[in-house]
Design a protein around this ligand. Structure first.
Ligand code: HEC
Length: 155
């Protein structure tokens, strides 16, 4: 019966971790969603860079930092479910196989990244551009650290 099925589904969802919940997305959607998250973070990184190089707007920098931290803290690991290690039809991926076989190392770079994103939020709220510059540099390094290990170069 349909109602029973929905109830069971809801109960199951309520009892499961974020990781399992996101598995409700099809693998191709998981790939597209994680790429969209990275792209959106990248856009916000560019905004912060432009602020540091030009007229500094605290509101703009804070908004961008908050957006990045929101994604960083959203549990993106859940978008690396089974079957998302390779292209699916037209949906390409640059993830390296190591991301699925070195969970401890992934956890380490991911934690560094989340910490750096949260730090940037803190200093952006205080509004000193020099501190923002340092925290921004650290965050950029944490993005790169993960890419060096777990993202393939562009073909
Ligand atoms: C924990 C690892 C990790 C961290 C941290 C990380 N990335 Fe990535 N990034 C990846 C992987 C893996 C891919 C490839 C995803 C795919 O193609 O499925 C990727 C892809 C991208 C892409 C290409 C997206 C697309 O359209 O295909 C951009 C841009 C990007 N990352 C920017 C960033 C920025 C900016 C940060 C930091 C603010 C960041 N990433 C942090 C692992 C990471």
């Amino acid at each position: 019966m349909k109602i029973t099925k929905i109830t069971v589904t809801l109960l199951t969802i309520a009892g499961l971790s974020a990781a399992a919940f996101a598995a409700n997305l099809e693998p191709a959607e998981q790939i597209e969603t994680r790429q969209a998250g990275y792209k959106f973070m990248s856009w916000n990184m560019k905004k912060i860079k432009a602020n540091l190089e030009g007229n500094y707007s605290q509101a703009a920098v804070q908004g961008a930092a908050n957006a990045i931290a929101g994604i960083a803290n959203s549990g993106m690991g859940a978008l690396y479910g089974p079957g998302t290690d390779k292209a699916i039809g037209d949906v390409q991926t640059r993830v390296k196989p190591e991301l699925f076989t070195e969970p401890e190392e992934v956890g380490r770079v991911a934690r560094d990244f989340i910490e750096a994103a949260n730090d940037l939020v803190e200093v952006a709220a205080l509004g000193d551009p020099d501190d923002v510059k340092t925290a921004f540099g650290d965050l950029g390094k944490s993005c790169k650290a993960c890419h060096d290990q777990f993202r393939m170069d562009k073909k």
